[in-house]
Design a binder for this molecule. Structure first.
Ligand SMILES: CC1=C(CCC(=O)O)c2cc3nc(cc4[nH]c(cc5[nH]c(cc1n2)c(C)c5CCC(=O)O)c(CCC(=O)O)c4C)C(CCC(=O)O)=C3C
Ligand SMILES: [Fe+2]
Length: 314
């Protein structure tokens, strides 16, 4: 096999079904091999049907993000990096991505997840799977664990929050606009593990409000799983009810735990939370997702290059 001195970049993301027929297999994978009940499946299919229109946006967005990152790395360091995709719950799986790196004759790689905040239950899980496969194939690998305070990420998010804040101000009556930062909830047990997830999310929120000079804001959770164990709360729908009862007339939604248009944003916020706002008689608008924003691509590229230097030194 021809070896190359290029560094592989394993770009990891959640993954989404390839078609509505495929939702059951996808959901079964998320549930670690336990198929959902008919009712659970139908509920998820209904949510996808509400947003999809034949295409699953997360797949296109992940493809576009990986290509844009490759292009940016090629500009910053020509011929040095080759990107590969590895998905948590769909093909190409994380392990497939590592296999592709091996097949390309690459012996060292950096892994990065398309999610800025680290939790042992999210990013930690991605990294573990890549590590196991890389060790098996003899590839030397390093990882970006989080990039939730990267100045360019904060700048891209601040710009979105500031712009929307101005747009919403005329609709907020005699109260300020309420900014609600949110991220995917996780089971409450992460607190016992000393997980950095919550603190990192608060730190991102604080960096944005400081830069945007916003005083009226809260952090709240969204998209909690439908299981019996307790999940981190309060949920955004409950927070919206409370905020409306306090007299607020306009909510700005900033789902900073996500970087792409997908189900948790297009359904849980744009359909479900928006319907709740209509019921409560308040305005509700969401910031645009980062998708391939050049500042986000720079955040990823610079984070990869920083970790790559560590790899070289070892
Ligand atoms: C932390 C976190 C992120 C953010 C970080 C990251 O991006 O990794 C995230 C993102 C996403 N979650 C997604 C979809 C789903 N997540 C589910 C279920 C779960 N998510 C969890 C956590 C997270 N999820 C957990 C602990 C579960 C319970 C099951 C388990 O223990 O693993 C379920 C099952 C049904 C339900 O519970 O709703 C679905 C359909 C999609 C893709 C949407 C699309 O296809 O457009 C995306 C980007
Ligand atoms: Fe999820």
């Amino acid at each position: 096999m021809v070896q190359t001195t290029k560094t592989g970049v394993l770009v990891m993301s959640y993954g989404t079904p390839t078609s509505l027929e495929n939702v059951e297999a996808y959901y079964t994978h998320i549930r670690r091999g336990h198929p959902p009940t008919q009712e659970q499946l139908q509920e998820l299919v209904d949510r996808y049907e509400a947003i999809v229109g034949g295409v699953f946006p997360l797949r296109e967005n992940t493809d576009a993000q990986v290509s844009a990152l490759q292009a940016r790395l090629d500009e910053l360091a020509p011929d040095r990096y080759q990107c590969f995709q590895g998905l948590k719950h769909a093909e190409p799986y994380i392990e497939d991505g590592v296999e592709e790196i091996k097949k390309a004759g690459i012996t060292q790689a950096v892994g990065i997840v398309l999610a800025p905040h680290y939790s042992v239950m999210s990013v930690g899980g991605y990294i573990k799977r890549a590590q196991v496969k890389a060790a098996e194939l003899g590839i030397k690998m390093c990882f970006v664990h989080s990039y939730h305070l990267h100045p360019k990420l904060i700048s891209a998010l601040t710009e979105r929050v500031s712009r929307l804040h101005e747009e919403l101000a005329p609709h907020s009556g005699d109260k300020p606009v309420k900014v609600l930062f949110s991220a995917h909830s996780l089971p409450e047990k992460i607190r016992e593990l000393g997980d950095p997830y919550e603190q990192q999310l608060l730190n991102t929120s604080e960096a944005i409000v400081e830069a945007a000079e916003i005083e009226d804001w809260e952090f709240t959770w969204q998209s909690a799983g439908r299981t019996n164990e307790p999940w981190l709360g309060p949920d955004i729908l409950d927070t919206m009810e409370r905020v409306a009862s306090e007299g607020y007339k306009a909510v700005l939604s900033a789902p900073i735990g996500f970087v792409s248009d997908h189900l948790e944003v297009l359904y849980d916020l744009d359909i479900e939370a928006k319907a709740k706002a209509a019921e409560l008689g308040i305005a509700f608008e969401r910031i645009e997702m980062l998708n391939t924003d050049p500042l986000y691509m720079d955040t990823l590229a610079e984070s990869v290059m920083t970790v790559r230097e560590q790899l070289g030194k070892e």
